[in-house]
Design a protein around this ligand. Sequence first.
Ligand code: AGP
Length: 366
Amino acid sequence: ARIKLHGFHHYMQKEINEQAAIFADILDDSGCDANLAQLLDNNAARILCDIEGITLLASGSSYHAALIARYWFEALAGLPCTVELASEYRYRDAVQHHNTLIIAISQSGETADTIAALKYAQSQNHTHTLAISNASPSTLMQLARFQLFLAAGPEIGVTSTKTFSTQLLTLYRLALCFAKLRGHLPPATEAAAIHDLLRLPRAASDLAMITEQLQEWAHKIFDSKQLFFVGRHLYYPLAQEAALKMQEIAYIHAYGFPAGELIHGPLTLINKDLPVIACLPWNRLTEKLLANLQEVRARGGELFILSDAGLASAEHFNVICMPNNLHDLNPILYGIALQTLAYNTAILQKNEIDTPRYLSKSVTKV
Ligand code: AGP
């Protein structure tokens, strides 16, 4: 049966808005404990206890989720982690340690490149394989030894929103499970992580408090020819994801950069007509990122900053203060805010929101 819009104008808008409820359902169903047996199956801990690394394979937004997860697998679980674009990996003579867990991530479970990349890994005798998807059964889920279902509900909009966020939630929980399995998770760290997981649904619904401010930003940027998104650490791949959203539905030349690289080239492009949107959470890199942004400001660039750092707005300096700080889980909240910004920008462009030109929901041909 056709899914109704229930008063929303577009599926993308509906799917952005239902994320808080989806997080609550997921966490109610499976709890927040770092328990691999519960998340995967009873054999998982025995089979995967001695893996020496993780390789993540994906395309598009799923690839950006994987790039963010790399920070978690490394920092929490102490596991070496590589992230590969499926469309490149499948044609490369990639070499992985034999005791690597291969994780293929795909919202649809039917992306041809991601399926081919997983098959390529299996042809190289990798037997530890895990598929993460919002579609079950699906080709990808059938191929892998282990499966993780996203439970985001059907996503109709071509642009990934709730499936990107639930990929992040799932990957974070998986990283916590590996951290625990490997004896890398001190009780205080685990307790803090569970505390943040429990706060996630409410924090996602609190984002309604900044919707109007994001709409004001959309009014300021929608007729720009180009946009830069910048961030550091977890927020570098998030900047890439935000740029992809703008390309997909607002048809703007948007690019996501690691802020520390601006000085190595892209700074030459800054001028008053190039808005720069930065994710600036309060953490050990805030001062560094602020220094990068001063370089932008000194060249007349107009800055748009999403932050929880208590910054004051100034000329050429627009600030939205995020209502909550969930530490490692913040990329989910910043991601939803950036989805809302892309949606409202595309609305002002009067674009087809749910069916962007030239794109399809699932790329099943190569
Ligand atoms: C995201 O908004 C896009 N629709 C696209 O990049 C998508 O993430 C990509 O095609 C991968 O799809 P999958 O997750 O179904 O494999």
